[in-house]
Design a protein around this ligand. Structure first.
Ligand SMILES: Cc1cc2nc3c(=O)[nH]c(=O)nc-3n(C[C@H](O)[C@H](O)[C@H](O)COP(=O)(O)OP(=O)(O)OC[C@H]3O[C@@H](n4cnc5c(N)ncnc54)[C@H](O)[C@@H]3O)c2cc1C
Length: 335
């Protein structure tokens, strides 16, 4: 375990916010979680940090941070159709995708280049281009903070939903995820439900390989999303709101072009469309703004405080509600 005091956090969150952690415990393996130092840290207020790509540090000072860094990817079983991987929580998520693609295993390739750790992936059931990690996860193992023991949950018990899981609800603040297992398929059937992907591959005679799919996703993402190393951001700041048939009808009566899509039986409206149509695309106040190519992404132009970004996000929410009558919720965790 590594212990540090008064740690500047700018390099620990993709928004690049310069808060300070009073104490930081970097835990390298499960047994360290049971040590006296960590047990003591867990008895006081703390925050569990992964790669910092889905958080907004809204305060200048965080008393204590625990970061689970345990790494390792290994095959644990195999049948005629699939192989099962166990991945420790501190692995970088995109290295897991690369490992799967290099081993000709399908099921997570559309989740290429999503920043962050494997341990955080189940928390909001990361998703992109038609895939969600919850469809590949078999189990999630975590350290149960109140019970002081290790627990393994089945996929069903994780209660995966749209950017949601039990870890954002009943187990919020009570779990440190230490590993996940993923069932990946030996046969690759490209998931081309996402319009931009189907358009790219529609006219091609050959089905894409896993590697081509990964490379294509990476190049789409690089062309659309800001690189946090160059422009601080946490990806989509808001979730796509779920609306009722009635709300959609009402919106369509006012704005003919309102797009909608259904997933898992729910009607969703792209939050990016709502923000753009509320006149907030490329809006900038001080050091914060909506990204010019994707208004769902809030960016730190340099030197923004967490409070400044939080205020800006509240303005976006209230303007969207005022102009279009739809409430949008944060996807990013406010710390
Ligand atoms: C440019 C960019 C693009 C993105 N694109 C997507 C996308 O396409 N789809 C998508 O779903 N997300 C996307 N994201 C969001 C983000 O990458 C994911 O949510 C990611 O899973 C966050 O991982 P992290 O390790 O950085 O978690 P953090 O930001 O460090 O933490 C997120 C939450 O998880 C908790 N947490 C982290 N690790 C653990 C652990 N081991 N145990 C318990 N709790 C833990 C934290 O307390 C916090 O509440 C994007 C972000 C960026 C910056």
């Amino acid at each position: 375990m590594i212990f540090r005091k008064n740690v500047p956090l700018a390099d620990f969150n993709t928004f690049g916010i310069n808060s300070t952690a009073g104490e930081m415990y970097i835990v390298e393996n499960k047994s360290e979680l049971f040590s006296g130092e960590i047990q003591n840290a867990l008895s006081k207020p703390f925050f569990v940090l992964g790669g910092g790509s889905n958080i907004l540090l809204s305060k200048d000072f965080i008393p204590s941070i625990i970061k689970y860094n345990g790494k390792g990817i290994q095959f644990i079983s195999e049948d005629s159709e699939s192989r099962t991987l166990q991945v420790n929580a501190g692995e970088t998520w995109d290295d897991v995708v690369l490992f799967a693609v290099d081993n000709n295993l399908a099921g997570i390739e559309n989740l290429s280049l999503i920043p962050g750790t494997a341990g955080a992936a189940p928390i909001q059931n990361i998703g992109a281009y038609g895939q969600e990690v919850g469809n590949a996860i078999i189990t999630v193992t975590y350290y149960d903070i109140p019970a002081k023991c290790e627990v393994t949950l089945s996929n069903e018990d994780c209660k995966f939903g749209y950017r949601d899981s039990i870890f954002k609800n009943q187990l919020k603040g009570k779990a440190i995820i230490t590993s996940i297992t993923l069932r990946l398929k030996k046969i690759f059937i490209p998931d081309l439900r996402y319009k931009q992907l189907s358009e790219i591959f529609l006219n091609s005679n050959e089905a894409p390989s896993l590697k081509t799919m990964r490379d294509t996703i990476i190049s789409i993402r690089e062309s659309k999303l800001p690189n946090p190393a160059l422009l601080g951001n946490a990806g989509s700041f808001f979730k796509n709101p779920i609306v009722s048939e009635k709300q959609l009808k009402f919106l369509k009566s006012k704005f003919e072009t309102v797009p909608s899509f259904s997933s898992s039986g729910l009607i969703k409206i792209p939050a990016a469309w709502l923000i753009e149509n509320a006149g907030l695309k490329a809006k900038r106040i001080g050091n914060v703004g909506t990204y010019e190519k994707q208004p769902l992404v809030l960016v730190n132009y340099g030197g923004a405080s967490g409070e400044e970004i939080l205020k800006f996000s509240e303005l976006i929410k209230s303007e969207v509600f005022k102009k279009l009558g739809v409430s949008i919720e944060c996807e990013v965790n406010i710390v």
